[in-house]
Design a protein around this ligand. Sequence first.
Ligand SMILES: Cc1cc2nc3c(=O)[nH]c(=O)nc-3n(C[C@H](O)[C@H](O)[C@H](O)COP(=O)(O)O)c2cc1C
Ligand SMILES: Nc1ncnc2c1ncn2[C@@H]1O[C@H](COP(=O)(O)OP(=O)(O)OP(=O)(O)O)[C@@H](O)[C@H]1O
Length: 316
Amino acid sequence: METIEVTALPPKNEKNTILLIGKFDGLHLGHQQLLKEASAWRQRNEEIAVFGFSEHPLWVLKGDLDYKRALSSHQDKLHLLEQAGVNRYYHINFTKEYAQITPEQFVHEHIAQLNVSRVVVGDGFRFGKGGNADANGLAQLCEELSISVSIVPHINVQHKKVSSTEVRRNVAEGRMEVVQSLLNRPFEMTGVVEKGEALGRQLGFPTLNVGEIEEYVRPKPGVYLGIVKVHAAPAAEYYYTLISAGYRPTVNGESYKVEAYLLDFSGDLYDRTITVKFLRYMRGEENFNGLDELVEQMQKDEEEAREILGLSNNEE
Ligand SMILES: Cc1cc2nc3c(=O)[nH]c(=O)nc-3n(C[C@H](O)[C@H](O)[C@H](O)COP(=O)(O)O)c2cc1C
Ligand SMILES: Nc1ncnc2c1ncn2[C@@H]1O[C@H](COP(=O)(O)OP(=O)(O)OP(=O)(O)O)[C@@H](O)[C@H]1O
């Protein structure tokens, strides 16, 4: 997939193009429906391109922190779009200045550069200065340039509109099964294993500390059942895992951390890239009276996880 950095006007493109517009955080079921629609319209000589915004407008314009952290990192998004068959990604550096572009300018100057035959958006799509124009406004402006517009009806799950905001809220509440149903895959974070305080090893529960995950929305503090993918060539390795996400009050932890205790693994993974997939919330984070109580609970967590997974308890 070709990636093009854009700060103002995108460079002129000659290839026939079907265009999708939006932030596409998490590539949820609604986004997936837009991509299906684009694929259905695509002719043999056409490419699918995405006009994607780097930051959420509500973070850039209003400083709303709920919109700063994301379901997918920039890299994740590129992988997901590529896997979905997107040929070209315009990475729009969304700034306060960019937000001043009017709907007319956006269509007649920016989209007009891209040799677009069709734009595919959802019916809640808004764009242009102040979010003033909607999908019908886009269709009217595009008609003047002989560009067709497909407006995809909202995808709902259990009578609720699927949106990145809704998925992020569920991650923040630890509802990982719901998240999985909205994304069609588990919520995951990809990071690099950092050195921790190695206290976990002394406790009999060595954990991988996952670093470089600042871009991601934070799951509710607690213990989760999940899967860790260890990136490796030629083939990645996968392990069931217990995940501790939170502030670790028992050991006076100061910052939010994500740690993974891999089941049936021993070895050194410092500096390796791993992906942590969150499957199920098991319990909240507790402030125990000392390490013995913490270890006792961790043992129970492991037993419960093995029970759920059908793995034997290996203590005897
Ligand atoms: C299965 C599991 C459950 C945990 N539960 C808690 C908890 O309830 N409260 C807490 O303060 N820390 C909890 N932790 C975090 C531990 O305090 C932490 O892993 C330990 O201090 C080691 O940290 P280190 O890797 O930085 O050395 C849990 C860790 C694991 C692996
Ligand atoms: N549930 C949905 N059904 C159909 N189309 C959708 C749905 N959600 C978003 N879209 C469309 O996908 C494109 C990209 O959407 P975008 O990621 O900007 O919105 P969003 O998922 O509603 O995110 P947020 O909640 O962060 O505003 C837009 O054209 C939007 O209308």
